[in-house]
Design a protein around this ligand. Structure first.
Ligand code: ADP
Length: 482
């Protein structure tokens, strides 16, 4: 059974049991009060009539007696009959018309028990008490008030008051109460339905988000505005999701770093071996070519070939140097350095390219940067690699912006270019050793991997974001360690 249904059922049970208890008590109370009032009224009338009819009975003026009881009957619409019985229980006068109902005299004189124990008037001591009894007749229940005339020596006066009046009022009140209960129930159901729906829809949001978190989507947040327990649940959930997301990001970063380090270690070892093997014979060949070129006898086409060979060999030597510097674990020359200064010096190295390509350079260097302990030569090598890559990606008139700032005890250096960008499928390979998209002779694919390992050795981080045909952003964070 759904929670909605359970709440609504509970509500109906509560309203109905409360409602019907109220109806029961109200019915009892009102009919009690009305009976008392009717008794009081009836007794008052009976008492007056009983004392007024002493004289006509004594003089046997039946006409007057009849008029008196008929007038009394007209007094109140609830009075259904009035009659007088003599001491032998024989009707003297009555308001029934031609025939006095058979058995009525026996019915009213046979019952000795007083019904409706109310006795609002203190009867004089020694007087015959009045009697009130309920008669069940064809016209419904009738309260019969028997009042003795002259202490019962002249007979008894009987006044019949219909109970219909009480029943009508009570049933009108009960009907209204039932109507109110029904309205309250319908309103309660509607309100409960909307309230439960609202609450449950927020609860459903929480459940949905928990499911998504379970599927590994840690970006889930719940937008619940209420400040009740569900709001608190959502707030706690959001806090938990944020912590999970952060932990997950940290885990992923650590994992990528681990993979990157492992890749670099394997490739680095292999590359270093190859580079060493090539380096020694290469030095010999270079010497030979240089000695041949020093000979003035070699001229013309032969000299041309030798010069080409030397050019090629120098390029190989440069690549080998890069490979060796990537794989070598030589000591850092650590000193206090100004990052802004290192950026400016790196830009000096590529000044000619910046002018040649008409690059719009935007520098936003924070003036309040502290100096940091680092190997300035290595850090500059990183900056140069990144700036060179940006220049390779930029077309004439492109824009390069470099900014520095202090963020949480780290110096953050951001390089943004609006060059050709990196294809999405290449993004997670750019830090891999020997990954390049540049044409042969232009790139070896070591710039970013060397930069990565340098920054890692400085206990910093480097990340790259890029969109093809829109540009690339490289963010470096270096800890301020002093
Ligand atoms: P290389 O420059 O020798 O290719 P890198 O490791 O420096 O080696 O760069 C690897 C690859 O990353 C580049 O070949 C290029 O595809 C991509 N790359 C790096 N920086 C940028 C940049 N700013 N814009 C576009 N592509 C870039």
């Amino acid at each position: 059974m759904k929670i909605h249904t359970k709440i609504i059922l509970l509500l109906i049970i509560v309203i109905f049991s409360l409602g019907f208890s109220v109806i029961f008590f109200v019915k009892e109370f009102i009919s009690g009060r009305l009976s008392a009032e009717l008794d009081e009224m009836g007794l008052c009338i009976a008492r007056n009539l009983a004392s007024n009819c002493i004289e006509p009975i004594l003089v046997e003026d039946l006409v007057k007696l009849q008029k008196m009881i008929s007038d009394t009957k007209q007094l109140e619409k609830h009075i259904v009959y009035v009659f007088i019985l003599d001491t032998q229980s024989v009707p003297v006068v009555h308001t029934f018309g031609d025939y006095f109902p058979k058995g009525l005299a026996d019915a009213v004189s046979g019952i000795k028990t007083a019904v409706g124990a109310l006795a609002p008037y203190n009867e004089p001591k020694g007087s015959t008490p009045y009697q009130i009894q309920i008669l069940s007749t064809e016209q419904g229940l009738i309260r019969d008030i028997a009042f003795p005339i002259l202490n019962g020596r002249l007979g008894t006066l009987h006044l019949g008051i219909s109970e219909k009046y009480i029943q009508e009022i009570v049933s009108a009140i009960v009907n209204r109460l039932i109507l109110i209960i029904c309205i309250i129930t319908v309103m309660g159901i509607v309100l409960t339905y909307f309230f439960a729906n609202r609450t449950l829809s927020e609860l459903k949001k929480v459940i949905k988000s928990i499911k998504k978190i379970g599927e590994g989507d840690f970006s889930q947040r719940i937008n619940v505005k209420s400040k009740d327990e569900i709001g608190l649940l959502a707030k706690t959930f959001n806090e938990m999701a944020e912590k999970l997301e952060n932990t997950n990001i940290q885990l992923k970063n650590a994992q990528t770093q681990l993979i990157q380090t492992a890749k670099m270690a394997t490739v680095g070892q292999f590359a270093a071996g190859v580079a060493h093997e090539i380096n020694n014979p290469l030095a010999g060949i270079l010497n030979c070519v240089r000695s041949l070129l020093a000979d003035p006898e070699i001229k013309g086409q032969k000299r041309g070939y030798l010069e080409l060979t030397l050019k090629g060999l120098l390029r190989i030597e440069n690549t080998i140097k890069q490979i060796l510097s990537f794989s070598s674990k030589h000591e850092f020359k650590v000193m206090l350095a100004d990052v802004n200064q290192l950026i400016k010096e790196s830009l000096e190295f590529v000044k000619h390219r910046l002018t040649e390509q008409k690059v719009v350079l935007e520098l936003n260097l924070s003036e309040s940067l502290p100096k940091i302990l680092c190997d300035p030569y290595k850090i500059q090598q990183v900056f140069l690699n990144i700036i060179s890559n940006a220049l390779d990606a930029l077309t004439v008139g492109g824009k390069l912006s470099i900014s520095t700032a202090m963020i949480d005890k780290n110096i953050e250096i951001i390089f943004i270019d609006n060059g050709k960008g990196i294809k999405e499928e290449h993004l997670d390979k750019v830090f891999d050793p020997f990954f390049t998209t540049k044409e042969v002779g232009k790139g070896v694919g070591l710039g970013l991997s060397i930069s990565y390992s340098i920054i890692q050795q400085h206990k910093g981080t480097i990340s790259i974001k890029s969109k093809e045909n829109q540009g690339t952003t490289v963010v470096i964070r270096l800890p301020v360690n002093n």
